[in-house]
Design a protein around this ligand. Structure first.
Ligand code: IMP
Length: 195
């Protein structure tokens, strides 16, 4: 069975492939020769993931899935959320994005935040969603230089290290993305037994 993942990020696709049974093959957009930009115009993570999956399904009629992730900060009413990648501008600069969040939280004691990943999968024409959340809080300064995005300011609950101070394995054990992928993988494992 083949599933198209609406991404060109080989690493993301590989990470998911490793969690799935051998009978399921994850293909990237490049693998299947899709070169168009996939639209992400919605105002929620669910909306964007769904829009990307539908884009593939409606054009190619193939089983597929898409993901979207955001950092949701309680004191900012859930921002940057769906706008996480370009919070400080269209050049998607992670340092500027973190600086903007830290500036907005200056003097704020409520540091609660979470990362949330939503996956939309369309299988035999039916759409379903999987969600992964990791709760935590935001520091007042950046710590660590591994990872990407907002990792240096995010301290996951129960940890004394930020995501940027962890190895990739440590982060993957608890991350929002892994949690969503795990749910997708569990579903597909059961589904593939009935094929
Ligand atoms: P995407 O949907 O995976 O492309 O994520 C959108 C944006 O959310 C990224 O550009 C990052 O700014 C942020 N983000 C997503 N996942 C992570 C993470 O694991 N650590 C830090 N930032 C993340």
């Amino acid at each position: 069975m083949e599933l198209i993942f609406a991404t060109n990020n080989r690493n993301k696709a590989e990470e998911i492939q490793q969690m799935l049974p051998d009978t399921i093959r994850v293909l990237t957009l490049k693998d299947v020769g899709i070169e168009q930009d996939i639209p992400e115009r919605q105002s929620t993570l669910e909306g964007n993931a769904s829009e990307k999956a539908h884009f593939i399904y409606e054009r190619y009629g193939r089983d597929c899935f898409a993901d979207d992730t955001g950092l949701e900060v309680a004191a900012l009413g859930g921002a940057p959320g769906v706008y996480s990648a370009r919070y400080a501008g269209s050049d998607k600069d992670p340092q500027a994005n973190m600086d903007k969040v830290l500036e907005q939280l200056k003097g704020e004691d409520n540091r609660r935040a979470c990362f949330r990943t939503v996956i939309s999968m369309i299988l035999e024409g039916e759409e379903m969603f999987f969600e992964g959340v990791v709760e935590g809080r935001l520091l007042r300064e950046k710590k660590g230089d591994a990872g990407f995005g907002y990792d240096p300011i995010f301290l996951p609950e129960g940890s004394s290290l930020t995501f940027a101070q962890m190895s990739m394995e440590e982060k993957n054990r608890i991350s929002h993305r892994s949690r969503a992928i795990m749910k997708l993988a569990n579903y597909l494992r059961q589904y593939s037994q009935h094929l």
